[in-house]
Write a protein that binds this ligand. Sequence first.
Ligand code: ADP
Ligand code: MG
Length: 695
Amino acid sequence: MPNLEFTTDIQYLKGVGPRRGEVLIAHGIDTVGRLLYYFPRKYIDRSQLAPIASLQENDYKTVVGKVLGKGLLKGGRTRLEVIIGDESGHLSLMWFAGYRFFEKQFKKGDEIAVTGTVTYFNGYQMLHPEFEFIGDDADDQIHTGRIVPIYPMTAELNKVGLTSRSMRKLIKTALVAMEGRLSEYLPEEIIDAEKLSQLPEAVYNIHYPADADSAERARRRLAFDELLFVQFLLQQRKLKYKTQEKPHVCHRPGKMFTDVLDQLPFKLTEGQQKSLSQIIDDMTSKQPMNRLLQGDVGSGKTVVAILAAVLTAENGGQAAMMVPTEILAEQHYANWREPLEKAGLITGLLIGSIKGKERKEILTRLESGEINIIFGTHAVISKTVLFADLRLVVIDEQHRFGVMQRSRLAAKGEFPDRLVMTATPIPRTLALTLYGDLDISTIPDMPPGRKPVKTVWRFSSTLGDIYKFVDEEVGKGNQAFIIFPLVEKSEKMDLQAAEDGYQELTEKILPHRKIGLVHGRIKADQRDKVIRTFHDGKLDILVATTVIEVGIDIPRAGILLIQHAERFGLSQLHQMRGRVGRGERQGLAVAVAYHPVSEIGRRRLEYFASTTDGFKIAEADLELRGPGEFFGTRQHGLPEFRLANPITDQEILVSASVWAEKLYKKYADNRQELGFLLNHAAVFSTLRIDLMDVA
Ligand code: ADP
Ligand code: MG
């Protein structure tokens, strides 16, 4: 093939063409280089496989075999049986759920790797095993090497004939065509000191490692690149914000502040007090505040932010508090409007569903400076919103916003103080290295009298009993949330599942109970009405998608039932759990899992049930990410690393951080060299980071 480069359009690669090209581009693979950076999700090591004949009951193993036959078995519950075999014997694979879907996947002669627990029922079998297609074509060298890379796949890729197997072929083509064209960009001294693989070698070996060791060496090198890039950005950002002076500096708290404080129906906890005084120190100093406030769900971050906003207003500036959902914005507004007004402050609410005249009026009052404190969703960062004098920006549940959205709100003022809040904290060393540009306050304690939520997880086969229990509890005046997952990628299906679940509950399972439904597609005013009705105790059960994950406060609700808990990340589960047990009642969370549940999924659920400590959960969440799963990092507002795991790779993270600082100093006067490094780090790290934020 003629002259392929890292930047050559993907459709010029042999075997791609326009149709596949389009789909690949939609997956972020727009160049030959990006294809090389489409990394395997895992490897299957053929030398470690168990022969089928060696399987014993209760083994959790991976075997590889050819599909010998398949069929739907009727009589009792309909199920799909697929028989596979290797030289040593046969194994039966069974699917009870989704059998129609799975049936279409298998063809006689396909070679597949299956992983699961072995059970015995008229012979050895695996129920709902995980499986990977390896190939169907034994004389093809690249598919039958000892270590087989398995690539992340989607239905769209499959539609244009791209399977894990054809992806291997494509990548092999690209690797061969690019041979000798990739070169090292890191200074030799780093490679030596850190004992890193050279870039071309790493890129080759991440796809075609000779053994597990060489795969790990390749991963380590490429993970270093990712982490180094983030550290570069951090160095830049640090320099940018810390050296500024803001035009308005707050005085120490005065009468207005004390008025609001005195109205609170409770005493601040020690953690709240300490965080607040750190915030006041920042606000009364010349540099703009740039602080992260972290504390577990329910630790009381809101009141701290409100007091900061009051201080801003008392000094003549405006404050904006941005939250991820309309429901939450409304709740904050409803809760704080009155006490703030009593202290002489004017508040406002700005969310997407407020339109027309009402919206115009709010915008006018913001621009004139009449409104002191505005609560809102991302509606507050839209272009039409102007502030008279924005001096404090509070971003609640910061991981729910993109980096871009965060900085856009700050751009509406002149170096405003910034406070970002999160209930999914990250461990300290990680915070220092990854949020090195932010100061950090932590609320480690909970308001007095909170009881930890009792948590269990169960398979869906026990749902009947669970609903019976929910019914009994409701009979005693308790209220329950029933949550369905909602993922962007499968949004349509997920919404349908929530609606079907709601219908089944109201018509068949608990027809005598009052049940409401909320999800993102239901109009905001209708949604609010339902939530308010639930809040006032006039509904027994609220069926919801993850819109309720953050923030909202329903003190009477004691039960949380999470459907398809295997699909949620650990931190997300914990956030949801924060919705119950806020009042007097003992909270109870039941996570309901559906087959198939991966090994990591199982560990996640077990961990969820075993602790209610948000800090421990956060750490485990990052550690227990499955390969190719990003939700751990996303939930923490971290960049979406492909290969680096910021918890288990902490050693690499620390050395990347040290090198970034060194290189920054070294090239302080040589912007060209620095630019070269940065550009390459950006290209090779393939992280989705907003360069805008650091520019
Ligand atoms: P989060 O940190 O999850 O945002 P919130 O700010 O929503 O938590 O607070 C949770 C609940 O705890 C609210 O109902 C709030 O009024 C209450 N709360 C906050 N601080 C205290 C305190 N010091 N003592 C008692 N209750 C408090
Ligand atoms: Mg909150």
